[in-house]
Design a protein around this ligand. Structure first.
Ligand code: ATP
Ligand code: MG
Length: 447
């Protein structure tokens, strides 16, 4: 039973259902033409819970061709599966899907047939809370599987026989864990057993679908660690991302301390969560895991680099922040140089989450205040001080003009100069760097 949010008594009441005007209009057009039209799926569920969801999907008795004839602007989103996108006056698309029944399923794909009733359409949906229909015209609810009861009780339950339903489409196992974590619901025991029994078969899913599930979990769920703990307990992780099969509770708790991406502009947050997920795996394994899961090469590379930088500085940062005196400016500058200017913000956010998780587990003693102070100093340094070879007041050409022969020596000297400048940024002048070059090269080099 859900408690503490004051929603319980109101959960499931029709007063909560307010589809937006364009959806009402589309539904009205359909019913005026003699077809049934019902709001279904996630938006109905979320509205009954008191959450907003912008995707009000409609289910109808009209065939895709009939829907296409009824509306001026449509997009054939997935006509073979019954889905037509209807554009409203503002150009926003709303999905209208013909009632369907499954005629064949193989754990990955379904072959569907039209001419089904609303009841048949609801029966092929995955969980009771996703199988509630609402008619905006009559304000009637159809809820043949007591989805509202499960919403009020806080239960994820498969529609019908859990074993059979999860066998039809293995993705449902991942969806169940996402919904459970997102709404802080329990998974009903038979459904949970069916999820466990599905785990060995998850390798048959296309990795693109798995990747989408991970993205949605990261973006929708406040505490994705709860979802991935279920992935671990059910055996899903061992099959889909073997490197994470034994992911620690600490890593999962780290994930939960990083905010989710609520808008496209803060998509970087999802990447930070991915870093937290992989932070204890070797960088090459982290990159390979993400590539297996069909994340973009950019994403895999960036995350792998983040994991690698964490390996290089994480322990030193923890050590220094655990001591009373804290790190010197030169030390912070060296960390920033190792992490790289563009990664400092992200890496320190992940570090902050990790130290927070360690603190909460009683295992760490990096205080929030010391981490906040480090974050401020590191950002200031990254904006102000030379921390990269490109920031040096001399470049390779200058060194060659000063007599250093072209070759690997030039790069080695530039690295040595950066190292010298990291101790004291005031050294970063053309003249001082050339003088230092002569010293390092062993006397005057341009005689
Ligand atoms: P979200 O908020 O993540 O979009 P949702 O419930 O709307 O959640 P969708 O993937 O948009 O999920 O699917 C819409 C509806 O279609 C679901 O509510 C469910 O009724 C049905 N559905 C989606 N995927 C499946 C599936 N794999 N098996 C059965 N029914 C499904
Ligand atoms: Mg949806």
């Amino acid at each position: 039973m859900r408690e503490g949010n004051g929603l319980k008594s109101a959960v499931g009441t029709v007063e909560r259902l307010h589809p937006p005007p364009p959806v009402l209009e589309i539904a009205h057009t359909l019913t005026s033409a003699g077809y049934e039209s019902w709001c279904v799926g996630g938006a109905v569920r979320d509205a009954l819970l008191g959450h907003t969801n912008l995707d009000w999907d409609l289910a109808t008795s009209a065939t895709p061709a009939q829907v296409q004839r009824l509306f001026r602007r449509t997009i054939p989103v997935g006509v073979e599966f019954g889905t037509v996108g209807v554009l409203d006056d503002a150009g926003t698309m709303h999905e209208v899907t013909t009632f369907r029944r499954d005629v064949q399923t193989d754990g990955r794909h379904a072959v569907v047939e039209f001419g089904a009733s609303l009841e048949e359409d609801l029966a092929r949906r995955d969980f009771t809370i996703n199988s509630i229909a609402y008619s905006p015209g009559t304000r009637e609810l159809r809820d043949p599987f007591d989805g509202r009861g499960d919403l009020a009780r806080g239960i994820i339950r498969a529609v019908g026989d859990p074993q059979a339903r999860l066998r039809e489409d293995r993705l449902r196992a991942l969806r169940a864990m996402r919904f459970a974590a997102r709404f802080e619901f329990e998974i009903e025991p038979d459904s949970w057993r069916a999820i466990q029994d599905s785990a060995p078969h998850l390798g048959r899913l296309s990795m693109e679908r798995v990747q989408q599930e991970i993205e949605k979990t990261m973006a929708q769920v406040e505490r994705p660690g709860v979802a991935f703990r279920m992935w671990r307990e059910s055996g899903a992780l061992a099959v889909l991302a073997p490197a994470l099969a034994d992911i620690s509770d600490l890593a999962l708790a780290t994930l939960d301390r990083l905010p989710r991406a609520t808008r496209p502009e803060n998509a970087r947050r999802t990447t930070n969560r991915l870093t937290a997920l992989l932070v204890d795996t070797p960088p090459a394994v982290a990159r390979a895991t993400l590539r297996e899961l069909r994340f973009s090469n950019d994403r895999a590379r960036w995350t792998g680099d983040m994991v690698e930088r964490w390996r290089e500085v994480g322990a030193a940062v923890r050590d220094a922040l655990s001591r009373a005196e804290g790190p010197s400016d030169a030390t912070v500058r060296r960390w920033v140089a190792t992490i790289g200017r563009t990664r400092v913000d992200a890496l320190l956010r992940v570090a902050d989450a990790r130290f927070g998780a360690e603190r909460a587990s009683g295992a760490g003693n990096v205080s929030e205040a010391s981490m906040r102070s480090l974050y401020r100093r590191a950002i200031r340094i990254s904006l102000r001080d030379p921390v990269d070879m490109g920031d040096l007041a001399v470049d390779g050409a200058d060194l060659m003009k000063a007599g250093i022969p072209a070759g690997p020596r030039v790069g080695a000297l530039l690295r040595a100069l950066l190292d010298w400048v990291l101790d004291d940024p005031a050294r970063n002048t053309h003249d001082r760097l050339l003088a230092r070059t002569r010293e390092l090269a062993g006397g005057p080099t341009n005689s």
